[in-house]
Design a protein around this ligand. Structure first.
Ligand SMILES: Nc1nc2c([nH]c(=O)n2[C@@H]2O[C@H](COP(=O)(O)OP(=O)(O)OP(=O)(O)O)[C@@H](O)[C@H]2O)c(=O)[nH]1
Length: 333
């Protein structure tokens, strides 16, 4: 991921990989008792060289695939730059199945939902990109804001304990442990919206769609052929679920029927969903990412195909349901 943006008004929270040039601001923000006292490994005062060392280690970890640390940034200012307001990251265990989540938001940016947005964004990215299945987090018992962030993000509390915090010598700080799984996130994203108004009786249509991503990071779009509804628009391969079929099984079937490729259910990762009211039905469409398949995608139903760079998706007219997915893909990939 080069960068990734959330545009959930009124907060705009962006994550981008942390870089050496962030050291001075990192130090300025973290060197605050109200931050250091909540982080097990942060001394207070926080020495400037430690900020540089921490970032160097983060960059080495990223290169080795051990951990992925991001700068949390705010909405662009009038000059277009995005100021760093905190840090969030995932550290994988040896098996690659589990990751530990860590994050902090500078005091000047508290109370605006940045922590929750950053955590949700990082989880979606991690579950889509890293192949991990479970994320754990440990939070000081007196860190009310962080406890709320994890609970609202869908984490389950798994236990309590005591840990050393460098900034609080002589005590073993009471902590709470949390965990969330890939399935929890998929369920959370697919959770029903609030009940529709009584006069809205449109049937719900469940469609599974997939962004196939090739080695150069391009996404496959298919053009709806003449004669179909929304003809001429570009869409993600996929289709309606047959009765009793899971979205993953529907994708495996549709990708074979439409493109002649073989995909395993284990190779499709849930990424986002579209929920859109068309005339006559309400579309609920989970979008999966897939980077591994067998065969070469071919047009089996007369549809034109195009491999599109994520930054150019906007140049391809897509159904209205797909439009909110474009910035997510552009910023994730
Ligand atoms: N596969 C796919 N369908 C989408 C996307 N966006 C979107 O609004 N849809 C809608 O979801 C439905 C997908 O149904 P489908 O592909 O199984 O069926 P279809 O309308 O092509 O006709 P069919 O019943 O002859 O297969 C259509 O109403 C389509 O317009 C998308 O990105 N991919």
């Amino acid at each position: 991921m080069s960068s990734t943006t959330i545009s959930a008004k009124p907060v705009t929270t962006t994550l981008r990989p942390i870089e050496a040039g962030d050291a001075a601001r990192f130090h300025l923000l973290i060197n605050d008792w109200e931050i250091c006292r909540l982080l097990p490994e942060a001394p207070f005062p926080y020495p400037a060289p430690l900020a540089r060392d921490w970032i160097d280690a983060a960059m080495a970890d990223r290169a080795a695939g051990r951990a992925y640390q991001f700068a949390i940034t705010d909405a662009p200012g009038t000059d277009g730059t995005q100021a760093m307001i905190g840090c969030a990251g995932l550290r994988l265990d040896k098996s690659g199945e589990n990751a530990a989540l860590g994050y902090w938001v500078a005091r000047r940016a508290w109370g605006r939902g940045h922590g929750r947005q950053a955590v949700l964004h990082l989880l979606r990215w991690g579950f889509a990109e890293l192949g991990m299945h479970r994320v754990i987090a440990t939070v000081a018992d007196d860190n009310a804001a962080s406890l709320a962030v994890l609970r609202r993000a869908g984490f389950t509390e798994t236990g309590t304990g005591h840990e050393k915090f460098i900034s609080r010598p002589g005590i073993r700080q009471a902590v709470r442990h949390f965990a969330i799984t890939r399935e929890d996130i998929a369920f959370r994203d697919a959770a029903p919206k609030p009940a529709a108004p009584a006069n809205d009786t449109k049937p719900l249509l469940l469609v599974a769609a997939c962004a196939l991503i090739d080695k150069s990071g391009k996404i496959l779009l298919a053009r709806r052929p003449a004669g179909k509804k929304l003809a001429g628009l570009w869409e993600f391969p996929g289709g309606k679920l047959a009765p009793g079929e899971t979205p993953e099984a529907a994708l495996v079937r549709e990708l074979d029927e439409e493109l002649g490729i073989t995909v395993r259910t284990a190779d499709v990762a849930p990424f986002a969903f579209a929920s859109h009211g068309y005339e006559g039905f309400h579309l609920m469409m989970p979008l999966y990412l897939c980077r591994r398949w067998q065969g070469t995608p071919q047009s089996r139903e007369g549809q034109a195909l195009a491999w599109v760079d994520p930054t150019q998706l906007e140049e391809y007219p897509m159904p209205p349901a797909d439009r909110p997915l474009i910035p997510l893909l552009r910023d994730f990939l």
